[in-house]
Design a protein around this ligand. Sequence first.
Ligand code: B12
Ligand code: SF4
Ligand code: SF4
Length: 359
Amino acid sequence: MNQLKNEIKEFAVSQGAQLVAMASAQAYNGYLAEVEKRLQDTGAQLEDFMAWPVANMPGSREMSFFTHLSDARKSLPTVKTIIILGVYAYDENAIYKNTRRQLRGKTARIYSYYPVVRQIAEHVVSFLEEHGHKAIQGQNIPLKYVADRIGIGAYGKNGILQTHAYGSYIALRNILTEAEFEPDNFDKPSTNCRGCERCIKACPTGALYAPYKVNPKLCINPITRSQPYIEPQIRSKMQNWIHGCDICQEVCPANKNLICRRVDPRVGFDPRRHASHKNLDGMERTPALLELLTDKRPELIRRNAAIALANTSKAGKEALAALKEQLAGVSSGLKEYFTWAIEKLEQSKIPKGCSISRE
Ligand code: B12
Ligand code: SF4
Ligand code: SF4
């Protein structure tokens, strides 16, 4: 089996994985206790976590998703080994300097690489099956928690797994298999986290409410991807993020000296295979805000683009004209955001010290 283990690792690397590690399948009870505490602290519900209920799972609706994650046997009852894959996601498209002055929206770096790590995982599953071992792939376990325990990396205070070679920009995925492999026994790495708490200070909405802890109700990531209504005071804090948010990773010194990789051709998104990307439609490559406002895009993206324009310091006349042009045709749901964005941009044009007459 050791030879097959090495072959699988070599195969995953040949397919583009930077990290491959194996752990024995077990239940993660410490994880569940922490989730319960998180739910109590924040009053968050399943939707806030971008999670989904799991049918027939005992316990509350909120816990069903996490209970499912907490034990790999709930996804594959005969599982013996968990294989974790990691793909480095900081590429040449991810250089976002000064985008708040450039009518350009930002998308979370790791999301572009979910389709990449998923495709590699699918190939590894086929490889295992060809060798007679049942396997499935997905996000069936608490990936950071398991990766931290087996020593692929360690938690930062921003709540994200950090690695020495790739910082925190690593897209993770698991394979569960009936094949029994010797678990990897890495030395626990010293953490990259310097404890500076820049991540906590920089989080614009206060979503990082304590070291390691995220309130999903305030996190820009789920807000841009789902939330039906965004309060005006949160809109102003969203900067120009239109799908996800990387602020707590951008400010982190552990990510400062990363060398960006070449873009993997598989980052092109596939809506049939990854539900959370159904709104992107190739946006990672052309996140120009004015184009995202148009009715060629889903409502959620148009809403986020309007908010991002309002938060873009040099948006100016061009943005105002585009928002006004679209305003007449937008749905009643979108109208509020477009009107808010227009007002915010018009206000920002008024020189300081002037007052507005409302007559
Ligand atoms: C639910 C979820 C979310 C929720 C909740 C986030 C959260 N931090 O819990 C929301 C929607 C907000 C979210 C946001 C994001 N997510 Co998310 N998310 C998940 C998901 C599905 C489960 C995570 C989970 O179990 N959360 C529950 C909490 C309780 O678990 P935990 O964060 O591991 O908490 C542990 C620590 O707090 C630790 N702990 C507590 N106290 C202490 C003290 C010390 C000293 C230490 C060391 C540890 C520690 O114990 C807890 C229990 O184990 C995973 C996929 C998966 N199946 O694993 C992706 C996942 C974690 N997300 C991911 C990403 C990329 C993001 C975003 C960066 C996306 C973006 N750019 O917009 C943001 C980051 C926000 C942040 N700062 O965490 C990646 C992370 C990759 C990585 N390198 O770590 C994952 C693994 C998905 C993937 N396939 O790669 N996410
Ligand atoms: S910003 Fe500082 S405290 Fe936060 S994760 Fe990075 S090193 Fe740790
Ligand atoms: S992803 Fe953005 S909003 Fe969410 S915790 Fe990090 S900095 Fe805060």
